[in-house]
Design a protein. Structure first.
Length: 293
């Protein structure tokens, strides 16, 4: 079904007497070819259940809905809800449910349980909360098979950066522990209204059924990674000691030795698997009464 062509966001907003919200980081996709290209490269099937973050004016929602079984169009901005529903009605789509909710507060497991299958998460993310959304997805990944998301290009490069590079950091290590990340497309400022200040990149995040090396306690692993990167210029040993974990030098030294990790290395040189070994060995060397909360 060809359906209705995308209305230019500038025209649509003007007709509804609305403006993009800077506070919510709204930059609406304005090129229909770009939206179709993103969907075509996403490998979505007619059986997929999609949760779309920040459906906005429906630029991505409409081509998604024509490709998959069901789309949950999640939109926090109450001003856009009726506009979005109108666009979907005009497009003749009956497989989209608009949810006026904050994605960061949603329980995705309920949606997955309703369909007895994992979700695919898609979206043009507000750049100011991209990292928070990633953390949310990582914690909910048992009900998510993969995600196709648009990020600020610089952040996308950080997500894919290998250990030992300047761009590799906390979010790189955490995400690479549990997922494979690959680029799907690059978009320019001209693909959006209003135009953002930066270029964008669409990436696919495919969550592993099980990490290559599993952490005994993922929350503890993520805290160790956070502490390690809190002071990038310090050695790994000194950064973790100063990272607010409440760990003493003796168990840390023993754990580093057990994990075969030089305490003089910097955090950005450790692979996700090395962080897992360190976190697991560190827990083994901390008495249960002294274990960080």
């Amino acid at each position: 079904m060809a359906g209705k062509k995308m209305t230019n966001p500038r025209t649509l907003l003007k007709a509804w007497r609305l403006r993009a919200s800077k506070q919510l980081g709204q930059n609406f996709l304005s090129q229909p070819n770009a939206a179709r290209m993103i969907v075509s490269r996403s490998g979505l099937t007619a059986a997929d259940i999609v949760a779309e973050i920040g459906a906005g004016l429906g630029a991505l929602t409409i081509p998604l809905a024509r490709q998959v079984r069901k789309v949950y169009a999640i939109e926090k901005d109450r001003r856009l809800i009726e506009l979005l529903r109108t666009e979907l009605r005009v497009a003749g789509l009956a497989n989209v449910e608009v949810l006026e909710q904050d994605f960061l507060r949603m329980d995705l497991s309920q949606l997955a349980e309703m369909h007895d299958r994992q979700l695919v998460v898609c979206g043009n993310l507000p750049y100011n909360i991209s990292s928070q959304i990633l953390v949310r997805l990582i914690r909910a990944r048992t009900v998510i098979s993969r995600a196709v998301l648009m990020f600020q290009k610089e952040l996308a490069e950080r997500l894919m950066a290998p250990p030992g590079t300047k761009a590799y950091g906390r979010i790189s290590a955490v995400l690479q522990y549990c997922a494979d990340i690959r680029p799907l497309a690059d978009l320019t400022k001209g693909h959006f209204h209003p135009a953002p200040r930066v270029a964008s990149r669409v990436v696919e995040i495919k969550f592993f059924p099980l990490p290559a090396i599993r952490a005994n306690d993922e929350d503890f692993l993520f805290r160790v990674i956070k502490a390690a990167f809190a002071n990038r210029r310090k050695t790994l040993r000194n950064s973790i000691l100063a990272g607010g974990l409440g760990i003493n030098s003796e168990p840390l030294q023993a754990a580093l030795l057990a994990a075969a990790i030089d305490p003089g290395r910097r955090a950005e040189t450790l692979t996700p698997s090395e962080f897992v070994r360190l976190a697991n060995d560190l827990q083994a060397h901390i008495g249960s009464g002294d274990r960080p909360a």
